[in-house]
Design a protein around this ligand. Structure first.
Ligand code: PHE
Length: 344
């Protein structure tokens, strides 16, 4: 009898098992394929007497559903056991993990500090929010010096008494002052850090940038020492053929003062658009520390002398990587940052 056959198969459904793809396929062929058992039963169903059709029909449908469900269940458990590998980390994110890159300014900063580190300079850091005393007064800026003007300096808090003004430092020379106030002599430091100037943002200027300034104070320090250290730096940074030239300049805190050019590393000194056809590009300011600056921080200028220099990290990075727009350094566009993947 058809009904008995159906019941018999139905009780066996629960016991069905498949331990691999092949066994699963055998089950499908046996029960669910076109020539399988269910279809045979369907064919037989046509011969069932009319008064039993309803009862048998229900049972047959239930069997068919139970088989299909069992089949799906087996298929799913097979699929999940197959990918269950001991090496699979189920807690890992589904998205690929991208390798980060170091920011070009960090790369250049590290390179500069490495060079001076090898020359015996240690690193000194200080606050970005400073007072007038450390940024200007102790560095021999006259009370009416234009750098103190609103156009250059960001003021956090102003006071009638200019000495107590709280400002964003406009150069890292303030760290040199702090070092002179607190360190034992001799001093040989480089001061890296972010500085702020109230300028309109464009491709060539920004309201903040980064500097590395150096200071050496000892007995018998001469301009020759300064020149040799800067020549060594230029050659290490831009290659052994690099030439330097010093042009007289003015800074309130150094006397004499100079600006240093290097032979244009893009055209090799021949003259190109980058160096405005002069063959030279300016990279830093320097000079012998003014005795007033030493005295202002309690250093006896009759016994000690010093030299100082300061450069912009963005400027050096421009020369090294030819970044034409300063704004790229702070926009964090990954297409720009990705270009430095190989530079590590
Ligand atoms: N502080 C100067 C600047 O910000 C750079 C400098 C440092 C010049 C030390 C001379 C000596 O432009």
């Amino acid at each position: 009898m058809l009904l008995e056959k159906i019941r018999e198969i139905k009780t066996a459904v629960e016991q069905l098992a498949a331990s691999n793809e092949q066994e699963l396929e055998d089950l499908r062929l046996k029960y669910l394929s076109r020539k399988g058992l269910v279809n045979d039963l369907m064919a037989e169903f046509r011969t069932v007497a009319a008064d039993q059709k309803r009862e048998v029909g229900i049972q047959l449908n239930e069997l068919k559903n139970a088989l299909q469900e069992k089949f799906n269940e087996l298929k799913q458990s097979l699929a999940s056991t197959e990918t269950m590998d001991d090496d699979v980390d189920l807690t890992r994110t589904a998205y690929p993990i991208e390798l980060g890159t170091r920011h070009p300014l960090s790369l250049v900063r590290r390179e500069i500090l490495d060079i001076f580190g090898r020359l015996g300079f240690s690193i000194a850091e200080g606050p970005e929010v400073e007072d007038d005393l450390h940024v200007y007064t102790k560095l021999n800026f006259a009370a009416d010096h234009p750098a103190r003007d609103m156009q250059d300096t960001f003021f956090v808090e102003t006071n009638e008494d200019v000495i107590k003004n709280i400002i964003l430092r406009s150069h890292t020379s303030s760290v040199q002052v702090r070092t002179m106030e607190t360190s034992q002599l001799p001093i040989r430091v480089v001061c890296p850090g972010r500085v702020y100037r109230n300028e309109a943002i464009s491709a060539r200027a920004h309201c903040f940038f980064h500097q590395i300034e150096g200071l050496y104070i000892d007995k018998d320090v001469s301009f020759t020492d300064l020149k040799q250290v800067l020549l060594t730096f230029a050659r290490e940074m831009f290659g052994n053929d690099t030439k330097i030239r010093l042009r007289p300049s003015y800074f309130p805190f150094t006397e004499p003062s100079a600006e240093m050019d290097i032979s244009c590393n893009i055209c090799g000194g021949e003259g190109c658009g980058f160096c405005k056809h002069t063959g030279w590009v300016e990279i830093l300011g320097c000079g012998m520390v003014d005795p007033n600056v030493l005295e202002a921080s309690g250093i006896d200028s009759s016994l000690y002398k010093g030299y100082a220099f300061g450069m912009g990290v963005e400027r050096i990075a421009n020369l090294k990587y030819r970044v034409s727009d300063l704004r790229l350094f702070s926009e964090n566009d990954v297409r720009f940052l990705d270009e430095f993947q190989a530079a590590h």
